[in-house]
Design a binder for this molecule. Sequence first.
Ligand code: GLY
Ligand code: MN
Ligand code: MN
Length: 471
Amino acid sequence: MNRYAQRRARLRGLLGDEKGIVIFIGNVESAAQYADNCYKWRQDSNWLYYWGIDEPRFAAIMDLESGVDTVYADDFGIDDIIWMGPMPTVASLAQGAGAGKSGTYAGFCDAVKAALAQGRKVHWLPVSRWYNAVMLSSLLGVAPEQVFSAGKKGCALASEPLVRAVVQMRLVKDDEEIALLDSAAALGYNMHTIGRKGIRIGRIEQEIVGDMEGSTLAGGWGVSFATILTQHGEIFHCHSHANAIEPGKLLLIDAGAESNEHYASDHTRTYPTGGKFTPRQRDIYQIVYECNELAFNMTAPGVAYRDCHLAAVRHMLDRLGQLGLVNGDLDEMVSDGIGGLFMPHGLGHNMGLDVHDMEDLGEDLVGYDPGQKRSAQLGLGSLRMARKLVPGNVITDEPGIYFIPDLIALWKREGTDKGRVNYSKLEEYLEFGGIRLEDDVLVTPEGARRLGSKRLPISPDEVEQAMANDR
Ligand code: GLY
Ligand code: MN
Ligand code: MN
């Protein structure tokens, strides 16, 4: 009760002189084929953070002037009870969330309409689901498309003071949240260990995915995002798991678990399918490993995560130069964005209740300090977390090197690299695939620590040793 009341009191404080009402719309069940056969239930994360009620079809209003918080939902009648069992009353759930008042779901719509009719300001957050969009659209009289976040830029109509206040709060995890993130990381460790132990030549990727995901359901809420397990690591969101494990390949596993309290983990490891790296695989792997370590060792309060990204890319280009893949002045290569050919994504993102925490609120407002401008370059432009770090931030550290044949061909055709890339050498890597190594990191007052009590094997020697022990 206190947790949610205190969070809302702090939110009120951050909203300062803002007037009117703040509305929250929780998720509803979402039909997969028809209303009685739904997608897996998942509550909205902003709702969970401020109200905690893990049930569908709830809404709430914080009145900034009267100071009253009201939770709205419909009590179960006998028809609901027959099919779903008894449920605590809405009034008691509201009380558990520290709210003084409760009402019906229709009462929520009436209250919002009444506030609008009185000319009061209605503060709302961008939504991610169509039901919530249609709901907001009908209440506010704007097109449903206008209440979603448009990727990096966010949602122009949503209340910016509210978004900024929520971001400010959720960016810094308290001790209770950190304990929950540690437990999600432990689930992730277990999930990845099952994955690694399941690698055998001839097995179908799907079999490994099933074993991994089963463990997240046995120990928590399930996966925190759709598992990536692929021998085509260069395809970032490869969600096909239909291939047999082949000898001599690299298997990239990017997967996370969600705890029963809905906190996420997100780890990536890349394994040699036969248990031993080829010399070429080991060379590239070692570079990615060094970048992961370098970024982690830089991570500390006061450091902009953008600088960790740039330092990792600089080291990557330096080491790729030693392999003869690029040549040129390092600083110029970094500022010209040559790293984007090899790592066309950012070093990391915020993590918490969402694996990409608060991405629904707009990437720039979440991951960029006022005055920090997002780059347009490939790679750096995809950096979701650029901010100056503070204790309590939870971020991923996930450098990678990928050989993407179509991208290499495009750069060669268009001369994007300005003569820095040795294409005849690079074309020897067209079948290589990709490597990413990802850890979840908490910024502490002293520096940083990785979440979870155990780190998945990561150095090339540790990986080969673990795979040998697995046999
Ligand atoms: N799995 C998505 C990510 O690592 O950001
Ligand atoms: Mn990941
Ligand atoms: Mn990640």
